[in-house]
Ligand binder design. Structure first.
Ligand code: GSH
Length: 241
């Protein structure tokens, strides 16, 4: 189901199979990519239902009144918001491989991710705006966060010898720096400025879960162009299928 076309308003609800975990996703969404990567990383059997987020089916909004992907559903349970999905998957299927059980270490992981949450704000404000001042402000915000993560990285992964939730949850934006460069010419993360992060990115690209969830750059570039274009009401969510 991973390559299925996005469901739109009026689409018939694809019936749920008892006991089967479903992820409502969108192929170009970095938040949904977090959840896709975690499911891959922990080898959790699941199916994916893609959603057209500018023309959402009613049954999707009934499941998540916020109208956002990712959303998980299994039998009578619905879970939304990527950090909450991650915690649920890790506890139910992952035996806490990604978020440690130690309360203080767990709090530290979550605090670091909280600090990361400023990056997407600068990222989107920066690259969508035609105003050079906005881009400068967004870029400064992104760089502030990158410096924090550069300073924090003392091991192969943020999780030590193995990736943890921090690695998997910050990755989708690192992957997208290249798209921004191709779409707008702007480089949020210039090579050599954050040497530890440069190396970490190369290591991350080798992870099977990362490889399995990459969207071809040309499709992602085309999608971002359409998505950021105010004249395009509904971008093509099925690019490349
Ligand atoms: N805080 C949410 C953010 C998810 C999010 O923003 N998803 C976007 C797609 S990348 C979305 O569903 N947008 C639909 C909309 O805004 O209507 C999370 O972490 O899951």
């Amino acid at each position: 189901m991973t390559t299925a076309k996005a469901y739109r308003k009026g689409s018939v609800f694809p019936p749920l199979e008892k006991g089967k975990l479903r992820l409502y996703s969108m192929r170009f969404c970095p938040y949904a990519e977090r959840t896709r990567m975690i499911l891959q990383f922990l080898n959790v059997p699941h199916e994916i239902v893609n959603i057209n987020l500018r023309d959402k089916p009613d049954w999707f909004v009934e499941r998540n009144p916020l109208g956002l992907v990712p959303v998980l559903e299994i039998d009578d349970k619905v879970i939304f918001e990527s950090p909450i999905c991650a915690e649920y998957i890790d506890e139910v299927y992952g035996d806490n491989k990604l978020l440690t059980k130690d309360p203080y270490k767990r709090a530290q992981q979550k605090m670091l991710l909280e600090r990361f949450s400023k990056l997407p704000v600068g990222f989107y404000a920066g690259f969508r705006s035609k105003d050079p001042e906005e881009l400068k402000k967004g870029s400064a915000e992104v760089n502030k966060v990158l410096q924090i993560f550069e300073d924090q990285l003392t091991t192969k992964y943020f999780g030590g010898d193995h990736p943890n939730l921090v690695d998997l949850h910050i990755w989708p934006w690192f992957e997208r720096f290249e798209l921004v460069k191709q779409v707008s010419g702007h480089e949020f993360m210039k090579e050599g400025v954050y040497p530890k992060l440069d190396h970490w990115m190369k290591t991350m690209y080798e992870l099977p879960a990362v490889k399995a969830c990459l969207t071809p750059t040309k499709d992602n570039v085309e999608f971002i162009k359409q998505y950021a274009n105010p004249d395009v009401a509904i971008p093509d969510y099925d690019i490349g299928l």
